[in-house]
Ligand binder design. Structure first.
Ligand code: ATP
Length: 468
């Protein structure tokens, strides 16, 4: 069975093996910011490719988009982000450090085992303040905190040499608004018809103050968002929402190979849900620090398109060719954080194999940074090295392949297990005689000898079985 690693264990593996590094660590780091190393970038790319293939490439009703990080600032006024994209923050009376009031309350309730109390996410800012005072909720340093105040999460910056009100712009707080503002462009330039969706993957920025959640919550992160437009008179939103729930669940379990017992749907209560949404669900993953939102799924009605019409003066309507009716489409939004998927994938596939005393990342074949590692048995026999090198070059054409001739074979296996490489191939003395190699399976640690000519076939067949 897999064992869930703590954030500390994962953080250490990520740093040691080159998945994730602290940003600017030579200068002491930057809060809530991480860089993705040689292996992390490959895993991220594989997760994004899998999402893109499933939700864009393989669906006739979906198209892609890549909009800008800097949009016209009015976009964020129309979307409501400049006024209500807020977090309730409290300040430690001694250290002056700021914390999310809802997070402090959640932590207090967990510590004091109060599942009977109102959830923080359903409280207004005033209610949070009252709760903090009545229950004497303290900061993580054990100090009193002041009443919560709202804090806008948008990052501001400026265009042009002269900074001033006119040139103020925001780093986008979500990718979705770029989809809404391109709705007409996409409708007019492509062959899409309702119902259809637009998806994009890109960076978003939020001025988050909560620290210590590794890549779960960062200032800069990647989102994969979809806006799915439909005619509410022709498509039943409840059925559509259920279909999306199934699609997201299937992607997470089948493509990312995540265990079902670590996943749950959580419906937003009336007070938690945005006022324009009819129904919202979070797909939560059981992270080592609790059940947390991985993916948000919201039915947002026609709110966003109507807001952009109001603020831009441009219509966002569709005319039904059968009935001639002109209307503003409604929308369902599945929005996920790529970095949260990354953390979930590492958490769920981490395996301490106590029997063989090794740490394994049991990544699905499609997600593994390298699919194959090629080793010459020893590095000081030129004929072995030459043959192995040739095999490595050939395999690179077919699969992401890595080369290792350092230390002994046992250590090389342990290293590859820890970075999730599904197969290790060793070229040894017999290989020179009969053109066979040994191939070792990461999950079973079993080795078999096969003809070199059969390697690709063997890997392709074994890969299809390698989901968990
Ligand atoms: P949370 O409640 O955890 O702050 P949210 O409800 O504000 O998240 P959304 O606005 O619904 O998040 O954003 C969609 C998705 O983007 C989230 O489900 C999450 O996966 C991801 N996401 C949001 N904020 C961050 C962040 N600071 N770092 C990494 N991923 C994020």
């Amino acid at each position: 069975m897999t064992t869930q690693p703590t954030l500390e264990v994962l953080n250490s593996l990520c740093k040691r093996r080159g998945f994730v590094f602290q940003t600017s660590n030579i200068y002491g780091g930057l809060a809530n910011s991480y860089d993705y190393g040689p292996l992390g970038v490959e895993l991220l790319r594989n997760i994004k490719a899998s999402w893109w293939k499933t939700f864009i490439e393989k669906r006739p009703d979906m198209v892609g988009l890549d909009s800008q990080i800097l949009l016209h600032p009015e976009t964020w006024v129309a979307s409501g982000h400049t006024t209500s994209f807020n977090d309730p923050l409290v300040e430690d009376a001694v250290t002056g450090k700021r914390y999310r009031a809802d997070h402090l309350i959640e932590a207090w309730q967990q510590k004091h085992d109060r599942p009977d109390h109102e959830l923080a996410e359903n409280m207004s800012v005033e209610e949070m303040g009252k709760y903090i005072t009545e229950n004497k909720v303290l900061s993580p340093d054990g100090n009193a905190v002041a009443a919560p105040r709202v804090f806008n999460l948008l990052f501001e910056t400026a265009i042009g040499a002269v900074t001033g009100e006119k040139s103020k712009v925001y780093l986008r707080g979500e990718t979705a608004q770029g989809i809404f503002t391109n709705f007409k462009n996409i409708l007019d330039s492509s062959r899409v018809r309702l119902p259809f969706g637009v998806g994009q993957i890109g960076k978003s920025f939020r001025n988050e103050v909560t620290t210590g959640q590794f890549v779960f919550r960062t200032l800069e992160f990647e989102q994969a968002e979809i806006e799915y437009f439909f005619d509410p008179e022709k498509t039943d939103w409840k059925e559509l929402l259920s279909a999306w729930k199934e699609d997201l669940w299937s992607f997470v379990t089948n493509q990312l190979g995540i265990s079902e017992e670590n996943l749950r749907w959580r419906q937003h209560s009336d007070s938690e849900r945005s006022f324009y949404s009819e129904d919202t669900y979070d797909l939560d993953y059981n992270f080592s620090f609790g059940w947390k939102e991985l993916w948000g799924l919201a039915y947002r009605t026609d709110y966003d398109l109507k807001q952009h019409t109001k603020h831009s003066g441009h219509e966002h309507t569709v005319t039904d060719i059968e009935s001639g009716k002109t209307f503003v489409p409604h929308v369902i939004e599945p929005a996920v954080g790529v970095n949260r998927m990354f953390l979930m994938v590492l958490t769920d596939h981490f395996w301490e194999d106590t029997e063989r005393k090794r740490t394994v990342l049991k990544l699905p074949f499609s997600l593994a940074p390298y699919k194959v590692a090629v080793f010459p048995l020893v590095r000081n026999k030129p004929e072995l090295v030459e043959k192995a090198r040739k095999l490595y070059v050939d395999l690179c054409e077919k699969f992401p392949t890595t080369w290792d001739d350092r230390s002994n074979i046992g250590k090389r296996y342990l290293y590859q297990d820890e970075i999730g490489t599904p197969f290790c191939i060793t070229v040894d003395y017999d290989s020179l005689e009969d053109d066979t190699v040994t191939i070792r399976d990461r999950d079973t640690a079993e080795q078999i000898r096969i003809p070199q000519a059969k390697i690709s076939e063997y890997i392709a067949a074994a890969a299809s079985r390698m989901i968990r």
